[in-house]
Design a protein around this ligand. Structure first.
Ligand code: BGC
Length: 271
């Protein structure tokens, strides 16, 4: 349930004062989370509101949940929405953690701001990548290829190449000897199967090895639910290149969605 309705700063007033505030919402297979983000500072401007993802996970119910978050935030402006799938015209493809009806034409059309205004859509892992490009202090513009992986309900990916986001990759769909990596080594699998960090690393190591061999990244960045326990898990991997946690941890998707909105950098239509 949404909580803390009265505890938000008045975002409309702060925006009128010139603060670069945007609402970012991160739709996951388990929860839908939203917060108002100061995109100049790259940080949350208040608390994160969370709604459980509706059991149907269908476009209408998810859209209604995103609107409830916007209303609870007293937010009337455009909304950035990060989605767990590939935005393709008016449909969402490869979204196994939502439901099949997202593949239908116009499935995305209900994702609008609370007052019917614009929504900017972006893949959830790409949102994390965008947040890294916007705020990571490291010089990403000359880093060659960086692979961002998010371990949550699924495994998302974003490629950052010399400071540019290469959107809509689905590296979690690669398969190893146990099956698709997303199905054997995601954050959800860790929790459902109570995997220890070593047990997880045994499953995830071939994923990193395969990506290292075929894409030759210079660095790894990890986001999603695993960000919270990043060191416990990442320390069990054997990697030849540095790995770090996303700058804003589990909030990176929300922040990236807000950046997509504030800069119109989403991959979905600004409608
Ligand atoms: C989806 C990706 C998404 C990832 C993380 C996968 O199931 O296909 O698009 O980034 O989950 O949510």
């Amino acid at each position: 349930m949404i909580g803390g309705l009265n505890q938000q700063n008045n975002p409309q007033q702060r925006r009128a004062e010139g603060v670069a505030l945007w609402l970012g919402i991160d739709v996951g297979g388990t929860n839908i989370k939203g917060a108002i983000v100061d995109i100049e500072a790259g940080k949350l401007n208040g608390q994160v509101l969370v709604e459980p993802t509706p059991p149907t996970a269908n476009p209408g119910d998810v859209a209604a949940a995103t609107r409830r978050i916007a209303v609870a935030m007293n937010w009337n402006g455009p909304v950035g929405i990060a989605l767990p799938g590939v935005i393709s015209g008016s449909s969402l493809r490869h979204a196994p953690n939502l439901c099949a009806s997202w593949e239908q034409t116009d499935a995305l059309s209900g994702l609008r701001a609370a007052n019917g205004g614009n929504a900017v859509l972006i893949n959830d892992a790409d949102a994390v990548g965008l947040a890294e490009l916007a705020y990571n202090q490291t010089d990403l513009a000359t880093s060659g290829l960086i692979i961002v992986l998010t371990f949550g309900t699924g495994i998302g990916s974003a490629l950052l190449y010399n400071g540019t986001l290469v959107a809509d990759t689905e590296l979690g769909g690669l398969s190893g000897s146990r099956g698709r990596f997303e199905e054997v080594a995601s954050g959800r699998v860790i929790s459902n199967e109570s995997l220890t960090p070593i047990e997880w690393a045994i499953r995830a190591q071939p994923f990193f090895d395969e990506l290292q061999a075929i894409l030759n990244p210079s660095r790894w960045i990890v986001g999603g639910g695993l960000s919270d326990n990043f060191n416990r898990y990442s320390s069990k991997l054997k990697l030849s290149k540095p790995i770090s946690v996303a700058r804003s941890g589990i909030h990176s998707g929300i922040i990236g969605a807000a950046v997509a909105c504030g800069t119109s950098a989403g991959t979905g239509d600004l409608r």
